[in-house]
Write a protein that binds this ligand. Sequence first.
Ligand code: HEM
Length: 510
Amino acid sequence: MMEIFLAIVVFVGIHSLRQRKKQGLPNWPFVGMLPSLIFGLRKDMYEWISDVLCRMNGTFTFRGPWFTNLNCVVTSDPRNLEYLLKTKFSNFPKGDYFRSTVRDLLGDGIFSADDEIWQKQRKTASIEFHSAKFRNMTTDSLLELVHSRLLPVLEDSIKQSVPIDLQDVLLRLTFDNVCMIAFGVDPGCLHPGLPKNPFAKAFESATEATILRFVTPTLVWKTMRCLGLGTEKMLKHSLKKVDEFANEVIRTRKKELSLASSEDSKQRSDLLTVFMGLRDEQGRPFSDKFLRDICVNFILAGRDTSSVALSWFFWLLNRNPEVEERILAEISKILNEREDAIKEEPLIFKPQEIKKMEYLQAALSETLRLYPSVPVDHKEVVEDDVFPDGTVLKKGIKVVYAIYAMGRMEGIWGKDCREYRPERWLRDGRYKSESAYRFSAFNGGPRLCLGKDFAYYQMKFAAASILYRYHVKVVEGHPVMPKMALTMYLKYGLQVNLSRRHQSHLNNKY
Ligand code: HEM
């Protein structure tokens, strides 16, 4: 008996391990590929996924334990991405599983909605994002935040000769900025002394607790929610604070708008005011709950993405000083074209100057290629389908697209894909954009990031304003690795020392 048992164990073991070649990972009875996933989570999960995808020519099917819904197709093949995000868009929505998991935080907002509810918000917001008034409001609020908050905070760290967590400071900058865009109010996270802001804190806790639901069996978190236990208790508490803040802003704005003359109300171009002025099919104004959902979703979409990208950018510049030199040369050249030269104090970059910074744009795109702010994303399959690479997709299965891994595929970017080389984005010295299905940091197709143009402007303006004034040096020995979250934060922040840059250094560049 013992010998038969041992023979079966050895056979199952060898068979499971041989699946590695065919399926990418060993596939064990009962637990499927879960042991490999746990191993991957202990190290760097994004590198682990990239490694499997490189071995499997860009696509593999992850098989979870029996009787769980963890099965999913993982892909980094641009042909599949185009099919998923554009060609068969309607067959791959966000889906009910995603929506029910994030409903308490995001409600029916743009980030979680599908079909008509999504379409309506997308159309209205898209018109607004492209209007001159909205663009002026976003650039003005950014200018104000950078010059009256960000730069003084950085200057303070020099005066006190202490290192500063640049990621934390940048996260505060973009949080204040996106609240001004969505709600038209400034939460003041980047005030001197970097105060703790109850709304920002509640928003962060609510997001973290919502994300935990994705790795907790549905029945378990729903039971915890009913009983008010653990992270679900924390989520309820945080959501109460988020809602109180949102409802207060909505109430005050309604009052302001009812008192103001229509000319005054036309001056405001934040998303809350714009959506308040709209009516549904029956001619009724939107409910306060729907207005709250719209604003909360925009804050989530636009709050951390640009700041984490900027943090990776400054880290990469430290490792690639020749890139920093080229950015400074570009800034000097643009400033030398000014009629008033650099005399203006304080120096403020003009929108048309930011537009001309094409090498800086290339360096930021190259950062996002290697460290995309959203490293993986997913969709659900509505009807049975087949990917262009031949992978069969069963109704209901999830498809994960691995954006981080795409930046490390030789088939897409060539043998030097792991190198930081902004030059790959230039043709004859001009910036040339890439197909959204090869460079998917901003998603693609009908759900392409709505804030893409603004995000580039925001990152370029902040980066140029900092680099023009300061040399940013990462603290020796500071550990740098990604945090396992939906957004690619640096796990330990980015501790840097700043020193003032002498103007002669800049003027000599060109
Ligand atoms: C470097 C900065 C940014 C990156 C890398 C980025 C990336 C993305 C990605 C990957 C998505 C798709 C998410 C999904 O559907 O699951 C997305 C959607 C979106 N982004 Fe961005 N984003 C950035 C900045 C911003 C900013 C600053 C805003 C707003 C001020 C914004 C607004 C949105 C909105 C509203 C959507 C939802 C679009 C839709 O579903 O139709 N993003 N973004």
